[in-house]
Design a binder for this molecule. Structure first.
Ligand code: MIG
Length: 666
């Protein structure tokens, strides 16, 4: 059951798809006022949700701030990442309920940080809708919430293949070398990502004619090998007279304004830019149609970056700081002055004052960016998503974004931004998956191997072993670090086999993904969701339930040759080195130490469940989905599995001639 409460006069967010009547009664469970609601947590109460954020699956013990932030240091002391996902689920002795703050400004969620037993939610203003969702179980509450916010985005099937990315592969020759490196080493690959250097002067929707003289021919050549090129699109549009995106944006009045009503100016990679005002429907259509220039060259997927939006500086603020600096030349700085100056320099980027001086047109009224900050990136994804739905009703496109807000899950996926090649970030990747799923983001994943810092080969191997299961499976790495393509490592043969397992399991993974999307379910669930009465399951932070029949428990520690696993019920352990080299063992319920060699991955099958497996393949296109082996844990009676499959492109998932279900029984 969902109850909707309205406070003040909210701005439209379009995060939800159901128009529920407003409740006049008091908000259940919560104390306080719209300015700050509180809830007293019981000692063992669990709190889930908040999508893309740091720390545990159980969010207790920290405070989180919904404010889309471009911050590449995802350390434990941070409060915001790139997404803002205002959904919480309290599962406690005195109540089980979901809460959704449908509000696009800043919200602070203090989940037992100030006081261990106090949940305290403080939005920046008092104009918003609050939804309170109750149900018989956590699974049911999430399903009801997902029904409220609308169906999750489903990418084309090829997007479930392995992708290789780097900041950057700056030339056509570099891209060819990546394709060759994979194919020559027998490493599966479905996509190569183009980072900002493919553009001419970092101008959106341009291609540098020297580095990529014929993108269309390159895309066609790679397509022969079933490899897709996926270019990046940044939010800022370079101020460059003559540039078609700039000119058409200017002519349409599609850019964000400043308080004086002029086009707002910020600096990002292209130098000085204007930011598209994605809050205007017409501007979304304009920007969405700009992607066409790349689609015409054979591109079928994009990633949207810098859309918090990231702002390196604004010219006015930079000028002021430079003036202050030069004024300092004639004086002896004391330490206070030195630190003040240093802070000013560091504070140039993503400055709150700058966000306060951006204005959007929301349904005809000028609205200050700060009030709707969290919707900016979401509306960028929506620009592409809704335009493409109109242009190509029969063709799914790959989209994912860095910044996001609930609602954007209908138009695209997300990746978790600039993580590091750290073991702790491998664990963080796992913990974020179920939280993102609760908030509708099924198609998501982290940069495998880690973006910043240099990955070791064991870290990459272990990370790929988790990546086998994440819908977005992309290895991405920042410039300046050790090369991170699988073929660069002496363990390349083992990596190829691990990646092969992804393709072997893809019929199951794709089937579970689409089924979850269509039924408003989660693909990854905390163990507590499936075993609510098991007190041990509630504590598990490093294992996840996956779809109907699997539990995953990847190795997350360096130099470990195994790990402890908790089984709430007997399960079948599958230990795989490749799709045709694995062993199986039934383990009783309880705690186990499970050996897992560096070149092996493990997963578990639940009682009565069947999981189809096929052979490894070099691309999704080449997967043999006709000859399936059935992994199962069926000891008595029968077990069956309904395998969903479709053409991988069209959107009518449930039209009879577009999909099939195969019921396999043991
Ligand atoms: O300021 O395009 O998160 O994936 O490689 C950095 C360069 C901009 C941040 C993205 C990252 C990407 C990088 N971008």
């Amino acid at each position: 059951m969902i109850k909707r409460f309205r406070f003040g006069t909210p701005l439209p967010t379009e995060s939800v798809v159901l128009d529920l009547p407003l409740c006049e009664e008091a908000v259940p469970f919560l104390q306080g006022t719209p300015a700050c609601f509180t809830y007293l947590l019981g000692e063992d109460d669990l709190v889930f949700g908040l999508g893309e954020s740091i720390r545990g699956i159980n969010k207790r013990g920290w405070h989180y701030v919904s404010f889309c932030s471009d911050d590449p240091n995802h350390t434990e002391d941070k409060t915001s990442l790139y997404g803002a996902h205002n959904f919480l689920l309290v599962d406690g002795a005195a109540g089980r309920f979901g809460l959704f703050w449908d509000y696009a400004g800043r919200v602070e969620f203090d989940v037992g940080y100030t006081r261990r037993d106090l949940l305290q939610i403080t939005p920046a203003d008092e104009n918003y809708d609050l939804y309170v969702i109750t149900g018989e179980s956590d699974v049911e509450i999430v399903r009801a919430f997902r029904g409220l916010i609308g169906k999750s985005y489903i990418p084309p099937k090829w997007a479930f293949g392995y992708g290789q990315s780097r900041w950057s592969y700056p030339t056509e020759a570099d891209v060819r070398a990546v394709a060759r490196g994979h194919r020559e080493n027998g490493i599966p690959l479905d996509s190569i990502y183009l980072d900002i250097d493919y553009m001419k002067d970092y101008r959106d929707f341009t291609v540098d004619p020297e580095k990529f003289p014929d993108l269309q021919a390159l895309a066609a050549e790679l397509a022969q090998d079933h490899i897709h090129l996926v270019p990046i699109i940044d939010a800022g549009v370079k101020i460059e007279p003559g540039d078609p995106t700039y000119e058409s944006g200017k002519a349409g009045g599609y850019f964000c304004k400043n308080a004086q009503g002029e086009d707002f100016v910020g600096a990002v990679w292209p130098g000085l830019v204007h930011f598209p005002d994605f809050f205007q429907k017409e501007a979304r259509r304009w920007f969405g149609e700009r992607y066409q220039t790349l689609v015409d060259q054979g591109i079928e997927g994009f990633w949207n970056d810098m859309n918090e939006p990231a702002i390196f500086y604004t010219p006015g603020r930079l000028r002021a700081v430079l003036d202050e600096l030069s004024a300092c030349q004639s004086i002896d700085l004391n330490l206070d002055q030195f630190f003040a100056l240093k802070d000013k320099l560091l504070g140039l980027s993503n400055n709150l004052e700058d966000y306060r001086s951006i204005y959007h047109q929301v349904e005809g009224q000028m609205v200050c960016h700060e009030q709707v900050h969290n919707l900016y990136g979401a509306n960028m994804t929506r620009a592409a998503g809704e335009t493409f739905e109109a242009l190509y009703p029969d063709h799914r496109m790959l989209f994912f974004s860095r910044a996001s807000c609930i609602g954007a899950h209908r138009y695209g996926g997300i990746w978790y931004g600039d993580n590091q090649s750290w073991w702790s970030h491998l664990a963080m990747n796992l913990k974020m998956l179920p939280s993102a799923n609760m908030c509708g983001f099924l198609f998501s994943g982290a940069d495998l191997g880690g973006f910043g810092s240099s990955a070791t080969e064991d870290l990459l191997l272990r990370w790929l072993q988790l990546g086998v299961f994440t819908p977005l499976m992309r290895n991405h790495c920042a410039m300046g670090n050790r090369a991170q393509e699988a073929y660069q490592f002496s363990e390349a043969p083992a990596m190829a086999k691990i990646l092969g397992i992804r393709y072997g399991l893809l019929p199951y993974l794709y089937s579970e993904f689409v089924k979850a999307a269509l039924a408003d379910d989660m693909l990854f669930r905390p163990m507590h969701f499936d075993y609510p009465d098991d007190p041990h399951a509630a504590q598990v932070e490093d294992q996840l339930m996956l779809g109907e029949g699997l539990m995953i428990a990847p190795v997350l520690e360096q130099n470990a040759t195994g790990r402890y696993v908790y089984l709430p019920e007997p399960m079948k352990l599958i230990r795989m080195r490749s799709t045709d080299d694995y062993d199986q063992e039934v383990l009783p319920a309880g705690h186990h130490y499970v050996p897992v060699g560096l070149r092996e991955l493990i997963f578990f099958i639940r009682p009565g469940c069947v999981v189809p497996l096929t052979q490894a393949a070099m691309s999704v296109e080449e997967i043999d989905s006709e000859h399936l082996t059935l992994l199962h844990f069926v000891e008595q009676g029968t077990g069956s599995y309904v395998l969903y499959d479709d053409d991988g492109y069209t959107r009518d998932y449930q039209a009879p001639d577009h999909y099939r279900t195969l019921t396999v029984s043991v």
